[in-house]
Ligand binder design. Structure first.
Ligand SMILES: [Zn+2]
Length: 408
């Protein structure tokens, strides 16, 4: 399992732009095919991000048991985020030290992918005559929305409940936690509009940045306090994400920013446009239409006291919250396996941000889905990212016992 993780980490599947996707799929195919798996390599032609230069390659592997039964599917994304600064290890070296494997993607989530591959093979070795089928997928672009990966496969029936009955996504949630789902997302751009004029005579124009200032003040006075009162019964971690949240991802007003090598002064103009991008994360108890209506109501309050004020809102992205039932078969089975392997009660959690479960739920219509895998969530996307070897072994044992229970 360590050797497999190191091999996977040495293939630098950076996203963006989507490097080495074909290479990693071929590597995994080369590992699974000689062991009897039927492997498909699928390019998400025409999906967001797919191009001749950066094709979006996915792998789906399947092995049939000897009798009828359920299909258990392990879905891992093979892409990793940029390296960033602050590393003391080679990000693509796969160095082993202190009982850990280091490198970009060890924790998120090539360690989980390796654990699921080893778990499936260990289960088959112990139980060659099993019921149903096992699938392993390695998919593109989770880090950028999953449209060239799980969404594309789900649209083509790969997560149809008639084909697949249980899905485990080995994201790094810690080996004793079962992640049931995630909060919802709404991204939007709010633009305030004014009228351009000479900066020496601002009274002849209408300043869009001052309008945005009024919007931000209203947000502080009424919207943030309102969001702080909304609490969810979902077991979201960390604690701060148990309420509705809103981030302002960006703000821009006035003339476009110049290149860093431009040495001239700005021109004196009253800005006629100002834009912010908001990132609203909402709870399963909230309705998206209501979430949007709160923002519109806030803008209307600003409008009521600023006669010249005009605005537009543009939707950028939305994802509904999802949460698998605690009594779902895959949840109960993994929970029992964790109790056996780790001798402790599994903790149920919900992720503050989204991951590929959204596509399996919404497009695939498959509800019996969780995230469970080794690795410490906080290490994802960090410098000197690592996955613990013992944690991988424990999580793989939990996965193998889950297969034994569902298909053995
Ligand atoms: Zn991930």
């Amino acid at each position: 399992m360590v050797a497999l993780t190191r091999d996977l980490v040495r293939i630098p599947t950076l996203n963006p732009p989507g490097r080495s996707y074909r290479e990693i799929c071929e590597f995994i195919a080369g590992w699974l095919e000689p062991r009897g798996w039927t492997v498909e390599l699928l390019r998400a032609r025409g999906a967001f991000g797919d191009s001749e230069t950066w094709p979006r390659w996915n792998l789906v592997a399947r092995i049939e048991g000897t009798g009828p039964g359920d299909c258990v599917h392990f879905n891992s994304h093979h892409d990793v985020v940029e390296v960033g600064h602050g590393w003391t290890k080679d990000p693509f070296g796969g160095e082993v030290a202190n009982g850990r494997v280091y490198g970009r993607g060890t924790c998120d989530m090539k360690g989980g992918l390796a654990a699921s591959m080893i778990a499936a093979e260990a289960f088959r070795a112990a139980c060659p005559e099993f019921r149903g089928a096992i699938e392993i997928s390695a998919t593109a672009d989770e880090e950028s929305g999953g449209y060239g990966g799980v969404a594309w496969l789900a649209e083509r029936g790969y997560f149809d409940p008639a084909r697949v009955q249980h899905v485990i996504i080995p994201e790094p949630l810690n080996k004793d936690r079962i992640c049931l789902g995630h909060r919802g997302v709404w991204w939007a751009e709010i633009e305030t509009q004014g009228r351009i004029a000479h900066g020496s005579m601002p009274f002849l124009g209408d300043c869009a940045v001052r309008h945005m200032g009024a919007v931000l003040a209203e947000m502080e006075a009424t919207l943030f306090p309102l969001l702080a009162t909304k609490r969810t019964a979902m077991p979201v971690v960390p604690e701060g994400a148990k309420q509705s949240t809103l981030n302002i991802n960006a703000i821009h007003g006035g003339e476009p920013e110049q290149d860093p090598d431009y040495t001239g002064l700005p021109a004196p103009c009253v800005p006629d446009r100002c834009r912010i991008t908001i990132d609203r994360r909402f709870l399963i108890e909230e309705d998206l239409a209501e979430v949007k209506a709160e923002v519109t109501a806030m803008l209307e309050r600003v409008k009521a006291v600023r006669p010249e004020f005009r605005y537009t809102i543009r939707d950028l992205f939305e994802v509904q919250p999802t949460m698998t039932d605690e009594d779902a078969p895959v949840v109960r089975t993994v929970q029992a396996a964790i109790a056996k392997v780790l001798d402790r009660q599994a903790e149920f959690v919900v992720s503050p941000g989204t991951y590929d479960q959204k596509h399996i739920d919404r497009i695939g219509r498959l509800k019996n889905c969780i995230a469970y895998g080794p690795g410490i969530l906080d290490l994802a996307h960090q410098p000197d990212e690592w996955v613990g070897i013992d944690d991988m072994a424990d999580a793989a044992t939990v996965m193998a016992l889950t297969l034994a229970e569902l298909l053995g």
